[in-house]
Design a protein around this ligand. Structure first.
Ligand SMILES: C[S@@+](CC[C@H](N)C(=O)[O-])C[C@H]1O[C@@H](n2cnc3c(N)ncnc32)[C@H](O)[C@@H]1O
Length: 440
């Protein structure tokens, strides 16, 4: 049976216990045993003994199958432990860098172990699980300075920081070593945000000015007092009535190869500065499109993979980018406008594919890049019934990827390839790309 996800467990109190962590669990924690139960320990590492604070009330959680804990003191360090790259992150600090105290190569080894375990537990049988390895993103040396999107949290007094692990508390933050230098230089935390601000998003696109979005239902765009150091920065307010550009047009521009994509400041774009390029290259190679192909780019965002597929397949092809956000889909239509045969469709992917299949559609190749919940059984069954050649599945959540690959296998498909990339260094998150083909 699959290990329970630690986020399913009940809420905190604080008893201190000594725990020895053995191996990694899904979600960035490490497994220890205490009083006959599994404890998921955050902030530790494999083969490490720590004093940890239980974050489930042992009374209330008496019947729970597992507890959660946060390491607060290391008694016997793991061989993988190194001085943290971000001292402000950790048990009593900010979230967003839960493996900052683990050596970078060890992070990838541990993520590989988790990925392989999830594939085994999901009973993925057509791909040798030991070949699923987490690779560094080509061009990423130290895993620092990669994040092009950073969300700051704001407390009721307007102080800007970041949220703690599983906490709503806003904790002070100085330099974020994972953010690209352009965002660090904005020095967002030293600003005092206006009343009602809940969050501030900092965006460093690969082209054009940086952007800041001040988020809060009640924030008045007219009342913003911006420091001089942000003179060249585009600024918007996202309040109850929508996005209000104060400076700029509410959009950012991202360059991948020689193409430019327009993205809403509040819309999805891959966070690692190298991710859009790395993933586009892998998806293009994995799709293996031919002239005249029909290709679907599901969960297509602003058309990143659709553009690459259309360019590779040529003007005789038909490429559709399907996206659930109306704004992103409209931008995808603009981003694809110069590519003959490429278009954008707006809608829920499962519903869109269901009606396309009912109308007799038979795409040659499909790339899908769902959010963490994954594609799900209905969409996987629809795709395995209608796609003639290949399905390329891009995933930011290996547990739902493993589940969906197993569904495809049950429908007579095989996993022909699977690569995983460390596109979120110093965190437990990984990005995977799997290739599905009909089994012979
Ligand atoms: C991980 S992002 C991928 C976007 C794009 N492939 C890229 O790399 O830029 C997932 C996208 O799926 C969209 N989405 C989420 N649920 C959806 C659904 N049920 N149907 C269609 N799109 C959905 C989101 O708005 C988001 O743009």
């Amino acid at each position: 049976m699959a290990a329970p996800h630690p986020d399913d467990a009940p809420a905190p109190t604080g008893r201190m216990v000594t725990l020895t962590c053995t191996h990694p669990a899904q979600g960035g924690t490490f497994i220890a045993r205490h009083e006959g139960r599994v404890v998921f320990v955050r902030g530790s590492a494999p083969a490490e003994t720590v004093i940890a604070r239980l974050v489930d009330d042992p009374q209330e959680a008496a019947d729970a199958r597992f507890w959660r804990a946060e390491a607060v003191e290391v008694l016997e360090p793991s061989p993988d432990r190194v001085p943290t790259v971000w001292p402000e992150a950790g048990a009593d600090g900010v979230g967003g860098a839960d493996w900052a105290h683990i050596a970078l190569p060890a992070q990838r080894r541990i993520a590989t172990e988790v990925l392989q375990d999830l594939l085994s537990r999901a009973k993925v049988t057509t791909f040798p699980v030991e070949e699923a390895q987490v690779e560094p993103a080509p061009g990423d040396g130290d895993g620092l300075g990669w994040r092009t999107r950073v969300r700051f949290a704001v407390d009721p007094e307007g102080r800007i920081g970041m949220r703690g692990w599983r906490s709503h508390e806003v904790r002070p933050v100085g330099l974020d070593p994972l953010a690209v230098p352009e965002i660090v230089e904005l020095d967002v935390p030293s600003w005092t945000a206006p009343a009602g601000t809940e969050a501030i998003d900092a965006i460093a696109p690969s082209q054009g000015p940086l952007a800041l979005v001040v988020v809060g239902r009640e924030v008045d765009p007219e009342a913003l007092e911006l420091p001089a150091r942000w003179d060249g920065v585009d600024v918007s307010v996202q309040n109850a009535s929508g996005l209000h550009p104060v400076r700029g047009d509410g959009l950012v521009r991202e360059q991948v190869g020689d193409r430019t994509f327009t993205v809403a400041q509040t819309g999805f774009w891959q966070s690692h500065r190298l991710a859009a390029s790395v993933l586009s290259d892998v998806v293009e190679a994995d799709l293996g499109v031919r002239d005249g192909d029909i290709v679907w780019d599901l969960y297509g965002g602003v058309g990143l993979f659709a553009a690459r597929a259309s360019l590779a397949a040529g003007p005789g092809s038909e490429v559709v980018s399907v996206e659930g956000s109306a704004r992103a889909s409209a931008l995808a239509a603009e981003n694809l406008a110069d590519l003959p045969g490429a278009r954008a469709a707006h809608g829920d992917c499962t519903a869109w594919v269901r009606s396309a299949v009912a109308a007799g559609a038979r795409p040659d190749r499909v790339v899908l890049d769902p959010p963490r919940a994954g594609a799900g059984a209905e969409l996987m069954r629809l795709l395995t019934s209608c796609v003639t050649m290949r399905i390329v599945y891009v995933s930011c959540e290996p547990s739902t990827l493993a589940r969906d690959l197993a569904i495809a296998e049950q429908e007579g498909w095989r996993v022909a390839d699977l690569r995983a990339f460390d596109l979120f260094p110093h965190t437990h998150h990984i990005e995977s790309v799997a290739v599905l083909e009909r089994a012979a």
